[in-house]
Design a protein around this ligand. Structure first.
Ligand code: GLU
Length: 429
């Protein structure tokens, strides 16, 4: 008789439908040999603690009803409350949100924030909604996930296609339901509502900070360095501008609508202005327009994928000309592509350390909200740079010690912290 394992293997471990969650599971497998006796707990990393699917019905402006699918996944809460953004995207799936929530657990532990990991999303293209529809969608979603979020339970924040205004509506909805203003339930809020100075630029600033640390160790000078960026929003756009200010040359930019190239260097702040006005880099005149596929052949020194998951794959990894890849996005490189880049001696600074600047300043925001005492922007940026530099240094040393990639090194540090906390807490009941 064959053993019936269907009651022990959850459906989300089905290899046929994994997507980015499958990439994450492979990353965990790669780190397991380095976990020592803590590896007996590793299975907890392969299953989200809690996953909520919600129906989000709203009335559209034309009087009809529309239903959207929403999610909030708490991957792990061993080290503290769940923490992670909310993404509005037409192709969001439960398995994608599971992967994103797991990467939050790893990221938060890697920089030693007192948080677990969580993520949320709504399967919607927000561009198709009016402002009123977007507000109703956000408020209903927040009410639906209100049963599991809270300032000491799980703290949402911005992610792809969500912004300060959406965070303000989320904070207000939660507070109305509670009957008391609760600023600490959401981070990434407007400054006027308990938001933190420096939060908006924090992810890009963190990408720049660890990018410079990596470049220093490779003896790659920032002066004159050629940068290619995929995604020119809050992460890629800010990081590109900081690199250009430091003497770098922005030679290529790609977003969902266009791909641009200019060997002499694109004016990053003029392009930023263009994006604020038109919603994309499309139509920016002072660069050559190239095909989306040609972006991967760009002659450059540093590539910053700062858009979505699974962009660098076995299909294009062998074409990348950069010496350094800094992952502004979450999960942009598949495990197969990771191996190809490593074989080609291209250094990858992984998402779980490279883009941790956003959640780090979210943590500062949360702390400021609890004490109702707000810090200066200089203070915030200085703390951010110190924390990221120290975390990167620890990752670098771990990678040298075990002769592993920076991704595996980050996972070793983070997974040990998570599983150590798990072991100390024990199983209840
Ligand atoms: N969405 C961001 C991330 O992926 C920030 C999350 C947060 O601030 O909680 O890291």
């Amino acid at each position: 008789m064959t053993a019936n394992t269907s009651h022990t293997i959850p459906s989300y471990l089905n290899p046929a439908q994994l997507g980015p969650w499958g990439d994450y599971l492979q990353q965990v497998d790669r780190v397991t040999p380095y976990l020592g006796s803590l590896s007996r707990w590793v299975e907890t990393l392969k299953r989200p603690k809690r996953a909520l699917i919600v129906d989000v019905p709203i009335e559209l402006d034309n009087g009809t009803m529309a239903h959207f699918e929403g999610y909030r996944v708490q991957h792990n809460t061993s080290r503290g409350p769940g923490k992670g953004g909310v993404r509005f995207h037409s192709e969001v799936t439960l398995s994608e949100v599971m992967a994103l929530s797991a990467w939050m657990s790893v990221k938060n532990a890697a920089v030693n924030l007192p948080y677990g990991g969580a993520k949320g999303g709504i399967r919607v293209d927000p561009q198709t909604l009016s402002r009123g529809e977007l507000e109703r969608l956000t408020r209903r979603y927040t009410s639906e996930i209100g049963v599991i979020i809270g300032p000491t339970k799980d703290i949402p924040a911005p992610d792809v296609n969500t912004n300060e205004q959406i965070m303000a509506w989320m904070m207000d909805t939660y507070s109305m339901n509670e009957g008391a203003t609760s600023t600490g339930v959401i981070t990434g809020k407007p400054i006027a509502l308990g938001g933190s100075l420096g939060r908006r630029e924090a992810t890009g600033r963190g990408v720049f900070t660890v990018g410079c640390e990596a470049a220093k160790r490779m003896a790659l000078p920032i002066e004159g360095v050629r940068i290619a960026v995929q995604g020119f929003g809050n992460v890629g756009g800010v990081a590109a501008q900081l690199f250009v200010k430091a003497g770098g040359r922005l030679v290529a930019v790609q977003d969902h609508a266009a791909s641009l190239y200019k060997d002499a260097g694109i004016d990053a702040s003029a392009l930023w202005e263009h994006v604020q006005l038109h919603g994309s880099i499309k139509g920016y005149a002072d660069a050559e327009s190239v095909t989306a596929d040609a972006f991967w052949d760009t002659p450059c020194d540093v590539m910053i994928p700062a858009a979505l998951e699974q962009q660098i794959t076995s299909a294009n990894a062998h074409r990348i000309q950069a010496r350094l890849v800094i992952e502004g996005a979450n999960g942009p490189t598949t495990p197969e592509a990771d191996d190809i880049l490593r074989e080609r001696n291209i250094l990858v600074v992984p998402d779980v350390i490279a883009n941790a600047g956003g959640v780090t300043v979210s943590y500062f925001e949360w702390v400021q909200d609890f004490s109702s005492f707000f810090w200066s922007e200089d203070d915030i940026n200085a703390r951010l740079v110190r924390l990221m530099t120290e975390a990167f240094d620890a990752v670098w040393q771990m990678a040298q010690e075990h002769k592993v990639s920076l991704r595996t090194a980050t996972f070793i540090i983070a997974c040990k912290r998570i599983l150590h906390a798990r072991e100390l807490r024990g199983l209840y009941p």
